[in-house]
Design a protein around this ligand. Structure first.
Ligand code: NAD
Ligand code: UD1
Length: 343
């Protein structure tokens, strides 16, 4: 089976390529390298001893994309390519809608033209907006006006685009995977998250404090109605997430139409719990101060992952300590991320 992975040189994509190769799939990647380095794939090839075909193509270039599909035959697509910086999306909404929505439509058109019928799509728990109740099941309402930013709205729009596309093409199959908070790195320390500039997300920020690149963590809000007043999230090890994609591909082979799965652990950890787990994993003290809440943040968010367990046979196996230990190994082995990152 030959899988095309869009955005495959990025954080989650590179970990998924590794799991696909280890599971015996042939892998090709399309990426424009706007937020990643091809070095990640060179390392995946070294770790697995297997080759990845790489095409530096932008999803906004339909003819470039078509050429890729002319050169190769794919059995399915895993679609990670997209812009993901929440704050940036507020300032550049048209860039985000153009890249994420138009890019995905271009991809679907090329797939349709070449008879490729199965797609796994990177969605996000952000589509639930402000949860009415916890844990979140897949049937919880997704309300576009409760999503606080264009990035998140582009994900919900794309869920509808893909549903409508499948409804018009009943032979097609779509897996919408709603990720909770992906963190950590492959256990080798060779690949991991390499954020551009100062990280927005908690774990990369904490690891840069631990490695001495940032002076202290600002904890956004200490007065939420949570176990210790700080925000609670469902952090999921990126390797568990990557394995979820391989299992979603198996599911699509059963011709299910559209399926939607939460990929999370079901456990909510507070910012202070994450800080303390990271201190344990790294042996470093994480300096922090509690400041005001960040606009758009919610108090708590965690998954009910039981549907993925019953239908995919998937469960997240790695706990918070392993997420922190593996994240720290990557950060300490690669304090400046990938060399020659394409950014
Ligand atoms: P990433 O930025 O590391 O990877 C995305 C990749 O897509 C990058 O390699 C980038 O160069 C590429 N890309 C972007 N636009 C492109 C285009 N027009 N054409 C070709 N390539 C393009 O991000 P990630 O963390 O690996 O996220 C992967 C996907 O998962 C994204 O769609 C993201 O929105 C989604 N997601 C991520 C998280 C998270 O916390 N990391 C959470 C929920 C959903
Ligand atoms: C954010 C995005 C979400 C995206 C997800 C994963 C928003 C509103 N949501 O979610 O769309 O899918 O990242 O990429 O931005 N925190 C701090 N200090 C920091 C950074 C974070 O205290 O420097 C806290 C936050 O307030 C939150 C928790 O850590 O309670 C996790 O934050 P973060 O990693 O940014 O993820 P989310 O906010 O869940």
């Amino acid at each position: 089976m030959h899988i095309l992975v869009t955005g495959g040189s990025g954080y989650i994509g590179s970990h998924t390529c590794l799991e696909l190769l280890q599971a015996g799939y042939q892998v090709s990647v399309v990426d424009n390298l706007c937020n990643s380095s091809q070095e990640s794939l060179a390392r995946v090839s070294r770790l697995t001893g297997k080759k990845i075909s790489f095409f530096r193509v932008d999803l906004l270039d339909p003819s470039g994309l078509d050429e890729v599909f002319q050169k190769q035959t794919f059995d399915a697509v895993i679609h990670f390519a997209g812009l993901k910086a929440v704050g940036e999306s507020v300032g550049k909404p048209l860039v985000y809608y153009q890249n994420n929505v138009t890019g995905t439509i271009n991809l679907c058109e090329v797939m349709q033209r070449h008879g490729v019928r199965d797609i796994v799509f990177s969605s996000s728990a952000t589509v639930y907006g402000i949860p009415e109740s916890l844990p979140l099941t897949e049937s919880a309402p997704t309300l576009i006006n409760l999503i606080t930013n264009p990035y998140g709205r582009s994900k919900l729009i794309l869920e509808f685009v893909l549903r409508d596309w499948q409804a018009a093409n009943p032979d097609f199959n779509v897996a919408l995977l709603r990720y909770f908070n992906p963190v950590g790195a492959h256990g080798s320390g060779e690949i991991g998250e390499d954020p551009n500039g100062i990280p927005n997300n908690l774990l990369p920020y904490v690891s840069q404090v631990a490695v001495g690149q940032l002076p202290r963590l600002k904890i956004f809000g200490g007065d939420y109605e949570t176990k210790d007043g700080t925000g609670v999230r469902d952090y999921i090890h990126v390797v568990d997430l990557a394995i979820g994609h391989v299992q979603a591909l198996d599911r699509l082979r059963q011709n299910p139409g559209v399926v939607t799965y939460n990929l999370g652990t079901g456990n909510g950890y507070s910012v202070l719990e994450v800080v303390s787990a990271f201190e344990k994993a790294s042996g470093q003290t994480i300096a922090y101060e509690i400041v005001g809440r960040r606009a758009g943040d919610i108090a708590a968010c965690y998954a009910d992952p039981s549907l993925a367990k019953s239908e995919l046979g998937w469960v997240a196996e790695r706990g918070l300590d392993e997420m922190c230990a593996d994240g720290w190994r990557w950060q300490s082995m690669n304090p400046h991320g990938f060399p020659m990152a394409g950014k």
